[in-house]
Structure formats: structure tokens, C-alpha cells
Ligand binder design. Sequence first.
Ligand code: HEM
Length: 203
Amino acid sequence: MEKPRILTELKSQTRPQHDSVEGNPFGKAMMDGTMSIEQYKEFLQKFYGFHLPLEQALSAFEWSRLGIAFDERRKITLLEQDLRALGMTDVEIALLPSAEDLPPMNSLEAAVGVMYVMEGSTLGGQIQARQVQKMFGFTAENGAAYFSSYGANVGVMWKGFCEAIVSAANDNEANESVIISSAKETFAALERWLMHEVGVVEV
Ligand code: HEM
């Protein structure tokens, strides 16, 4: 069966932004194996500060309308686990800065666009988990829980979320355009946040 239009459009329209996140200093160091533990810790702290406010905002939506059990998709606990494995105390974790410049979420469709970016990152997470294991010897149980999100179920979880995207789009162009622009805003906000205070690239 042909792939639903919303899924091909989401992927193609956010591809340049995806590649830009993948190619930023964190993604690059991760992929070429030159990342230091300190940089890995900072990368996880960045994801923590981005996921925390987004997860809180996203949890207010009625995901069950789209067949999604939101709690199964939370990632903050995994990030906390990794940061603890890297030596941070709960107090230090609670004091980490969190992003304020977030994508707008005025509707369930907009929330779907945000969630698309967070869920899609679990696909690249598989590759990153392998890199982290190679570089530092960390596993899903110790230091690499976030990048190992969903373990062997990544494919099933992604397929489930894609079905929810199709259902939210409901073959309606107005819905599709909200989902796509929200995904783009999320990638843009993430990139700004990742570069914030790093001072390497002006975004
Ligand atoms: C080093 C970093 C990364 C690598 C190597 C990577 C790699 C990948 C790969 C291999 C896929 C699957 C592509 C396919 O199915 O053809 C993918 C999909 C995706 N990744 Fe990444 N990724 C990285 C970082 C991220 C980050 C940080 C995010 C967002 C937070 C992200 C969001 C997505 C999304 C939304 C998709 C789904 C694309 C689609 O099929 O619609 N990725 N990534």
C-alpha cells in the first residue's frame, strides 16, 4: 500500500532540519566517535531541558483519541537514569536549565507535529546507542537508556505513532499543514536550544 501523504510530506519537509540537527557539533561528535563523556553528559542535559517542558505540555492532550498511551512514551525518566549514571545527583538534575522557547501547541494536531520529532528521534537513537556503547561502554541499563528508548520495540512504537499521525491528519489539508509546520517549529526550537550557550553556530 502507498505510504500516506502526511508521512511522506513530514519526512521530506523536515529532512533539511533533521540533517542539520544530525550534523550539529553534538550529532557530529557522536557519529564520528570523537565525543567526550563531558560532551555526552551535556548532550543528555540538553535533551533533558528540552523534553521536560515539552513532555509536561504534551501530557495535557487527549492522546487516547488517537490510540496513543502517552505515559508509555515519556522519556524524562530515562534521561534522569542516564544523568544519574553519569554521576549527577537528583538535586543537580532538578536544577538543570530548561527550554522556554518552545513550539506553540494550540491543538492536538500541533501536538502531533511536536511529538513526531520526539518519537522520530528514537529511530536515530538506535544508531546513537550503538555509538555510545562503542565509545563509553554504556548500555540501556547503565548510561544509555535514553538513546535505547523502546529497546527492541522501536519499530512497533514508531508504526503505532505513524498511525496516530495519519488519524490526526484525517486526509485534511488544513490538519496536515498544522502538523507539518509544528514539526518544523519543533526542529527549529531544538536546534536553537542545542546551540544555546555552545557558541559554535549562530542559528
Ligand atoms: C546523530 C543523530 C541522529 C542520527 C544519526 C539520526 C538518524 C536517523 C535515521 C537513520 C532515521 C531513519 C530514517 C529512515 O527511516 O529512513 C531517522 C529518523 C528520524 N529522526 Fe533522526 N537521527 C539523529 C538525530 C535525531 C534527532 C536529535 C531528532 C529529533 C529530536 C531526530 C528526529 C528524527 C525523526 C522525526 C525521524 C523520522 C523521519 C520519518 O521517517 O518521518 N533525529 N533518524
